[in-house]
Design a protein around this ligand. Sequence first.
Ligand SMILES: Nc1ncnc2c1ncn2[C@@H]1O[C@H](COP(=O)(O)OP(=O)(O)OP(=O)(O)O)[C@@H](O)[C@H]1O
Ligand SMILES: [Mg+2]
Length: 266
Amino acid sequence: MAPVSQTKEMPAAVRALPALSVRKVRKLYNELEAIKNVSLEVAQNEFVSLLGPSGCGKSTLLTMIAGLLKQTEGEISINGTPVTGPRPEIGMVFQQPVLLPWRTILDNVLFPVELLKLPRDKYVPRAMELLAMAKIDDFAGSLPRQLSGGMRQRASICRALVHDPAILLMDEPFSALDALTRDEMGVELLRIWQANRKTVVFVTHSIREAAFLSDRVVVMGRRPATIVEEMTIDLPRPRQISLTEDENFNRYVRALRKAIEASHGH
Ligand SMILES: Nc1ncnc2c1ncn2[C@@H]1O[C@H](COP(=O)(O)OP(=O)(O)OP(=O)(O)O)[C@@H](O)[C@H]1O
Ligand SMILES: [Mg+2]
């Protein structure tokens, strides 16, 4: 896939800042404390996964980082600027695909381009390339209801990538995919990430997926969420699926499983 606006040269001052900084964030939904106290820094171009039990607040955290929900306490900054609303440098894949039912798949993928008032004509070839990468280019003219759940999810990944955002927030993006497609999409995501220098925050329930994709895995405890463990995954890149048979890889998987079991009290 040909990158569009790639070689984004960042000013040195921005390069030195963390891409994302979450400081002492707390979130209450009325009386319910979803997030107790989370602090997290993600470096420019780092790939970080969040692992945590269902209901611990992962989607809540991601939605706040995206500027779509306000935290109750604490501060979230992107490239040093506090988040007060949605920002063009962010692309988000929601846990549910949320496609507009009356728009074709192509027009759904082009939605961020429209919101950001970018030239549509320039982005149609890129959207089509992304759809081909996700193996749904034959459905560009179809409506979301004509696609399966996994195909809709792949379309929503294309939508998050279309405007080439510097920061990708992905909330269990591969959960509706079969194992083989899931592995393929993971490798493809790494390829895009490596070719286009993106910062990724990736939520998953899969320890193996987190270990395979990430530079660092952050483990969250039960609600109200805090960070209970962080592990740097020091494995060579580029990574291919064969890495998952490697003993070093499996050592990380075991260590992560142990950390999760200890923190979640299994
Ligand atoms: N809009 C909302 N209003 C009230 N409570 C909410 C809202 N959204 C989430 N919650 C609550 O906040 C907690 C965290 O929810 P969240 O969706 O962030 O969890 P999660 O870690 O993403 O879970 P999962 O892995 O199942 O997707 C849950 O107890 C949930 O009931
Ligand atoms: Mg969630």
